[in-house]
Design a protein around this ligand. Structure first.
Ligand SMILES: NC(=O)c1ccc[n+]([C@@H]2O[C@H](COP(=O)([O-])OP(=O)(O)OC[C@H]3O[C@@H](n4cnc5c(N)ncnc54)[C@H](O)[C@@H]3O)[C@@H](O)[C@H]2O)c1
Ligand SMILES: O=CCCC(=O)O
Length: 493
């Protein structure tokens, strides 16, 4: 019986049973009162049975994090940095197994899954280094003869994290690494669909020397139980959430009574603009990589593709040819470029969006259908042309492999269309005109702008949204801000 998340991959290969518990106080909690099944989206097979926690589980994990806090906070920063660095090394060493785990529970192609592990690890590496740079300030008072004003940067205490299924490894490391680097402790609750990657990361953290109770992971099938328990706890000083804007709004309201600090990494509806003066090859490559990563289930995936009239026909035809060639299949099958969607409801949503485009006059150039021969959760990479600006895809995240192409004539028109949304996470523009490139960087209302580039994610850069895509920045030198308080001290001597 595999009881460790890291052993699940081998147990699956051998067909053996596997039950995985919460990770609290540096150890797996065995014999939980209840378990639920985690399934592979590619074939619906049970990957593992995972502990189904409740409010008492969360309370126990919060207690563990609270007890571990003073010693972790007071550890010399070099010691914390070295432990994080060891954790990074272990994650990299185990990247194949961790990648397989992602592929098993999330469905994404193995190559992408291993790339996610390395991306996730890069946040641990980055913050193991940033730990040493949690600087404060000395501010002139005007009375330097007898006083000094200093600003200290201090940890918050116990932090909580709720993470989504689409990047089960990286969305967690970019919260827990800065939290621990700054001297906080953490309780994390991963998506019920993909808890194994988080549990495996916690095991490796313990192996690396993260003391018991500093990083705890609780799993469970009833999401709101965890949100309620985190929000209602006055011990939890901060909640960092990545997920939909709908759930983000709920959690913000729940955190209001305890005036908890929040970091919200929410949904997107990215515009991607191809101007007539773009290098079409660069634009097509950028669009394809931004769109098809994780089968389109990415918060920064472009949902609204605006192509200027002069290159419209070329772009849609070449995209359609690319989509027809794409190899769709299970994530663990070699050669797979596009994997399954996470579950049946996700496929239903994609189908609804495609049908809506067609009903409004769009034409399907590639895909536009389910792939039952592969399984219930597969949808063919789809290219639609002549999509009207009032289609559903222009208002709601599709979260699937659908390239919905709209036509525009002028720069002013496309900036207005691109900004006409409550979302503001990422945006993309392809142009060879330098002035226009700067105007796009300036005018697009988003936390991230890719100019002639579709791959924007990097641990050294600030990731986050504006408007209803959230607040706070993950990664970069700003990534410690959400996990630290500034304390102003005026010293008269
Ligand atoms: N901005 C970012 O960095 C970023 C990154 C990844 C995903 N996302 C967004 O996440 C969404 C996709 O992920 P999802 O489907 O898991 O989102 P989701 O909001 O449904 O769920 C996110 C997490 O919240 C939990 N949850 C759901 N309802 C809850 C409740 N009432 N109380 C507490 N927790 C609750 C889920 O179980 C999951 O763990 C998309 O909108 C995507 O754009 C954003
Ligand atoms: O899904 C959103 C996060 C993806 C990323 O960090 O590149």
């Amino acid at each position: 019986m595999a009881s460790s998340a890291l052993e699940v991959v081998t147990a699956v290969a051998k067909g053996g049973p596997r039950r995985v518990g919460h990770w609290i106080r540096g150890a797996a909690v065995v014999d939980a009162p209840a378990y639920y099944k985690v399934r592979n989206p590619a074939n619906d097979d049970v990957v593992a049975e995972v502990a189904d926690g409740d409010a008492s589980t969360v309370d126990e994990a919060i207690r563990a994090a609270q007890e571990a806090y003073p010693a972790w906070r007071d550890k010399p920063v070099e010691a914390r940095a070295k432990i994080l660095r060891r954790w990074y090394d272990l994650v990299v060493q185990r990247s194949d197994a961790l990648g397989r785990l992602i592929s098993l529970e999330n469905g994404k192609p193995l190559g992408e899954a291993v790339a996610e592990v390395r991306y996730g690890a890069s946040f641990i590496e980055w913050f193991s280094e940033e730990a040493r740079r949690a600087y404060g300030d000395v501010i002139p008072t005007g009375n330097e003869g007898d006083r000094r004003a200093i600003v200290l940067r201090q940890p918050l205490g116990v932090c909580a994290a709720i993470t989504p299924w689409n990047f089960p490894n990286a969305m967690l490391t970019r919260k827990v690494a800065p939290a621990l680097a700054a001297g906080n402790t953490m309780v994390a609750r991963p998506s019920e669909l993909t808890p194994l990657s988080a549990l495996a990361l916690a095991e490796l953290a313990t192996e690396a020397g993260v003391p018991a109770g500093v990083f705890n992971v609780v799993s469970g099938s009833r999401a709101s139980v965890f949100g309620d328990a985190f929000a209602n706890s006055c011990t939890v000083r901060m909640l960092s959430f990545t997920g939909s804007t709908r759930v983000g709004r709920l959690l913000l309201a729940q955190c209001a009574p305890s005036v908890k600090r929040t970091e919200m990494e929410l949904g997107g509806l990215a515009p991607l603009i191809v101007f007539d003066d773009a290098d079409v090859e660069v634009a097509l490559n950028g669009l394809w990589s931004a769109k098809m990563r994780n089968s389109g289930q990415t918060c920064i995936s472009p949902n609204r593709i605006y192509v200027q009239s002069g290159v419209y026909d070329t772009v849609v035809e070449r995209l359609a040819a690319r989509a027809r060639r794409a190899r769709v299949g299970p994530g663990l099958e070699s050669g797979t470029e596009v994997g399954p969607l996470i579950h049946a409801a996700a496929v239903d949503k994609v189908e609804r969006h495609v049908q809506d485009c067609v009903q409004r006059g769009a034409q399907v150039l590639a895909g536009g259908k389910r792939m039952p021969e592969l399984g219930d959760n597969f949808y063919a990479p789809t290219v639609l042309r002549d999509v009207p600006h009032d289609a559903l895809v222009a208002r709601e995240e599709t979260f699937g492999p659908v390239i919905a192409v709209m036509r525009f004539e002028t720069e002013d028109e496309v900036v207005r269309l691109a900004n006409d949304t409550e979302y503001g996470l990422s945006s993309y523009a392809f142009t060879r005109d330098l002035g226009r490139a700067f105007r796009m960087a300036q005018q697009l209302e988003a936390g991230i702008v890719g100019v002639n580039e579709g791959v924007v994610s990097n641990a050294a850069m600030p990731f986050g949204g504006v408007k209803q895509s959230g607040h706070g920045r993950e990664g970069s030198k700003y990534g410690l801000d959400s996990y630290t308080n500034l304390k102003y001290v005026l010293m008269r001597y």
